[in-house]
Ligand binder design. Structure first.
Ligand code: PEP
Ligand code: MG
Length: 930
């Protein structure tokens, strides 16, 4: 018989079935179930419980009914709980009440259902009343069950229950629930039973077992509810995991003033600071804290009211953090002075907190540096380099009176957007109208998550650091301010008002999730500096150390055994300096043509292109030479000691010429108006441009083909490179120039051009009497070059994969058009899993690269290999580059930190498995048999 149910003391049995893997345990009993089992084993006070497995959920989804044996197993488990607690389900004299909570393998906070107080009936409520001595508590518990059961199990709308409660409060002049008396709740129970009957055409079930059965089914079904499905889409959680159901003895935080309930993080989930952060409420049930409806007290204050419980709580949570070696998010309840732990899980956190916690825990010896690196995702690093508000702009905004309100800084970062007061509108405006939106609500509920994800930022007027809005925003890295109580939101008039000023729906605000401040209007943002983020710097340094290990890659002889280096694509010294400060250890691509576009140079370039003779070209190029020399000089200086790859001119020449259509229009206008001054020049320019026209310019006269047709340009460039390198060397700068020839398709092209360029290099170094290391190599961006790498590597001392062009030419997709065109449909239809211009196509383009490296190194074992296409900054592509034996990846300076982390991840993931020591005992010394 399949085992569908595990009792609180059966953790070893689940472990056995999961083959000893904790991940496997979570897959069977869910994260919450696994945490409860583990806490019970560790002697932490957990109310007795049992867990229905995720497999049971999947079986239910498939058949639409409980699988065979499940219900009997639930009943048996319930008996064990009765034995353990000394209570009895449905028995008014010593009633047992249970909760029924979802709990999938991966935490999906608030996305699925929970039903509390199951087991309460008309008969049992009297028993509760007698046992607790509090009629108020008993009737309140009962009405909560009817409401939750009605809405969650029977799909009754919330308002059906909320309305009569509000009416009664209004009649009695109460503002908050806490003012409700026992007889009020008793009256509400009567009303709720009627509501239930009206809405469902059934009586509220008086059979506690029926309640439990239906509640279990409702939790199963909530796995496929809209909220849960949306959440899984957004987080990439697989649909076929299913949820477990935890059925747990109820303990009550709302019995009296000696009871309470709370949630806490063992470290600050926003900043990562090593300090318990939590909220609690006396005389309350769990959802009162999480919903952010009642104002909670901070956890330190619990120490004042209940010092013994507080000390016990601090001891347990410290133990839990050490046990899981991670920051814990715990839920607890105190029932008449006794502490119960209801949940522990690894807490969600901001990117900033994730990095700080990982680095701190490695320093504290709780985890290794490698574990610290593995815990940080490329998205975390990316988020930390995202824009923040400019300090100066912020002060200016305050002076100008744009400050609106301050709330809790729940999720850091800067967000500027137009406000919308509900999730659907926020999502619609963001998706359909492409607006930057900020979702503003009094507080959020799980139904609001789609609006939050679509928005740049979130603002609420209620709730604290552990409220739903705060937790979800942190998880998704959305800047968020909660509990900005000065803001009064009028959902009907679609307006929010603060101290006399008002902001209407659709107007702009700026939300500073780092400080908790909210401003009207748009405040400029700036990119944070990496240097100021000490923990991130430390983590990336550790990442570099992993990649620098000599034995991290297994590879054929002569191939790199260290991990990948990260270089940068930079054209100007300022970019190179930024790249270096971000940790790049080389320039993998300097696109020299960008320098030709500068205003004072473009006319010279155009003159050079238009001249009909080699002499005319050379004359113009001689004018350009000093500019280029200066450009390269700056780059070498910025990259002192590091290699700099300079690519010779690549694009077709028409790109440097005026726009043909515009010129044609000018000429026609001048002719019509009879203007003659300058007409002849324009006509001749138009003629020249027309003569350059190509149907497929990306496949036309560009790259090495252009260099062969007009060698004067690249000859000038090589002279400029070597003159600059020589001058720098004389100034004591260590230069390592590498000259890169683009768009090679056949080794013969290199044979034609490279020797003339090498001659220039030699001439310059002799003229200047300096020596330094340099290389000549090529880009591999045409499939034919990859396929014939054996021959190409005869001359090329290095390969750099230009995967933008290599993807274009391998697929035959235009890199300029495909992404806004059929590629969208291809991805929607699943023809392409990912956009191949963003993430390397391992099966096609990747295989060509692998082939090129293997064959290239067969010719030249020390062939240096890199990548400089956009894929060089994409973590998945970086992993592939590690696997196939690249020496380095090169990407935009801003992506360098992410690439450093991704390189370390790849190195750790693919590190050679240490050879197992022989199992046979070694013969004792000197006793070896002859
Ligand atoms: C490439 O093709 O990948 C490349 C880096 O060159 P460009 O993008 O300049 O064509
Ligand atoms: Mg290219």
């Amino acid at each position: 018989m399949t085992k569908w149910v595990y009792l609180f003391n059966e953790v070893e049995r689940v472990e056995k079935i999961a083959g000893g893997s904790w991940d496997g345990v979570k897959a069977i009993v869910g994260g919450k179930g696994a945490g409860l089992l583990d806490m019970t084993r560790a002697g932490v006070p957990v109310p007795p419980f049992f867990t229905v497995t995720t497999q049971a959920c999947n079986a239910y989804q498939k058949a639409g009914k409980f699988p065979k044996g499940l219900w009997d197993q639930e009943l048996n488990a319930l008996k064990q709980i009765e034995r353990k607690t000394g209570k009895k389900f449905g028995d008014p004299s010593r009633p047992l009440l249970v909760s029924c909570r979802s709990g999938a393998k991966f935490s999906m906070p608030g996305m699925m259902n929970t039903i509390l107080n199951i087991g309460l009936t008309d008969a049992v409520v009297d028993g509760i009343l007698r046992n607790s001595g509090s009629a108020r508590f008993a009737w309140d518990a009962y009405r909560r069950l009817i409401e939750m059961f009605g809405t969650v199990v029977m799909d009754v709308a919330d308002e059906a229950f909320e309305r009569p409660l509000e009416e009664l409060k209004h009649r009695k002049g109460y503002k908050v629930d806490i003012e409700m008396k026992a007889e009020d709740w008793e009256q509400i129970v009567g009303v709720y039973k009627k509501v239930y009957k009206n809405e469902t055409s059934q009586e509220f079930p008086q059979d506690p077992y029926k309640q439990l059965e239906l509640a279990t089914q409702a939790v199963f079904r909530s796995w496929n509810g809209k909220r849960a499905v949306d959440y899984r889409r957004a987080t990439g959680i697989s649909d076929d995991l299913g949820t477990a159901v935890n059925i747990c003895t109820m303990v009550f935080g709302n019995m009296d003033q000696n009871s309470g309930t709370g949630v806490a993080f063992t470290r600050d989930p926003s900043t990562g600071e090593r300090k318990m952060l939590g909220d609690y409420l006396l005389d309350a049930q769990g959802e009162d804290v999480v919903a952010g409806i009642r104002n909670t007290d901070s956890i330190e204050n619990l120490g004042k009211f209940m010092p013994v419980v507080y000390r016990q709580f601090m001891g347990i949570t410290e133990k839990l953090e050490k046990h899981y070696r991670d920051m814990q998010d715990v839920e607890f309840t105190i029932e008449r002075g006794k502490l119960w732990m209801l949940q522990t899980r690894n807490g969600k956190r901001t990117a900033k907190a994730a990095v700080k916690i990982a680095v701190d825990m490695a320093k504290e010896g709780l985890i290794t540096r490698e574990q610290a690196i593995s815990r940080i995702t490329p998205e975390n690093v990316d988020a930390l380099l995202h824009p923040q508000f400019d300090d100066v702009a912020m002060t200016k905004a305050e002076k100008e009176g744009k400050f609106l309100a301050k709330g809790v800084n729940a999720s850091p970062g800067a967000a500027v957007g137009q406000i919308y007061f509900d999730a659907d509108t926020a999502e619609k405006m963001a998706k359909e109208s492409k607006q930057a939106t900020i979702m503003v609500r009094p507080f959020t509920k799980p139904d609001d998550v789609h609006g939050m994800i679509a928005s740049q930022g979130v603002l609420t007027s209620e709730g604290g650091a552990t409220s739903h809005a705060a937790v979800v925003a942190r998880q998704f890295g959305i800047p968020c301010v909660v509990g900005a109580s000065a803001i009064k939101i009028d959902l009907e008039r679609r307006i929010m008002e603060v101290n006399g000023s008002s902001v209407r729906e659709g107007e702009w605000i700026s939300v500073n999730g780092t400080t908790g401040k909210v401003f009207v209007g748009k405040i400029p943002m700036s990119t944070p500096s990496l240097e100021e983020q000490t923990e991130l710097m430390t983590l990336l340094k550790w990442a570099d150390e992993i990649c620098a290990r000599k034995d991290i890659r297994s590879a054929p002889k002569g191939w790199p055994r260290r991990g990948l280096q990260v270089w940068a694509n930079a054209d100007y010294p300022k970019d190179a300096r930024r790249a270096r400060s971000y940790g790049a250890v080389g320039i993998g691509l300097c696109r020299t043509e960008h320098m030709f576009f500068e205003p004072e140079r473009l006319p010279i370039v155009q003159r050079m292109i238009l001249s009909k003779t080699s002499e005319g070209r050379t004359e113009a190029l001689n004018e350009l030479l000093p500019y280029q020399r200066k450009d390269f000089d700056g780059l070498f200086e910025a990259m002192d000691g590091y290699p700099v790859i300079i690519r010779l001119i690549d694009p077709p020449l028409h790109e440097f010429m005026p726009d043909e259509e515009k010129l044609f229009e000018d000429v026609v206008t001048m002719r019509v108006r009879g203007e003659t001054v300058g007409l002849a020049e324009k006509e001749s320019l138009l003629g020249a441009i027309k003569s350059m026209h190509e149907s497929n310019p990306m496949m036309g006269l560009r790259g090495v083909r252009l260099s062969i047709s007009m060698p004067e340009i690249v000859e000038m460039q090589v002279r400029a490179i070597f003159e600059a390198a020589a001058d720098c060397t004389k100034r004591g700068i260590v230069v390592k120039p590498e000259v890169m020839i683009p768009l090679t398709g056949t080794a013969k092209e290199l044979e034609w051009i490279q020797p003339r360029l090498v001659r220039i290099a030699k001439t310059v170094t002799e003229e200047k009497q300096v020596k330094f290391h340099y290389k000549f190599g090529t880009m591999i961006e045409i499939p034919r070059a990859a396929v014939t790498a054996t021959e190409v590597a005869v001359l090329a001392e290095f390969f750099s994969f230009g995967t933008n062009d290599l993807t274009q030419m391998t697929y035959g997709y235009s890199r300029d058009d495909a992404e806004r065109n059929f590629l969208i449909t291809y991805q929607e239809q699943g023809i392409l899993e990912k956009n191949p211009f963003q993430s390397l196509d391992r099966a096609g383009v990747g295989k060509l690269m692998e082939w090129a490296i293997t064959n290239g190194r067969a010719t030249r074992p020390d062939l240096e290999v890199g990548i400089c296409g956009e894929h060089g900054g994409d973590p998945d592509s970086i992993e592939w580059c590690h696997m196939i034996g690249n020496n380095y990846v090169s990407c935009s300076p801003f992506r360098v930190p992410v690439a450093r982390l991704a390189a370390a991840h790849a190195a750790l993931k693919h590190r050679p498995v240490p050879r197992k020591k022989s199992a046979r005992p070694k013969a004792a010394k000197g006793k070896r048999k002859k």
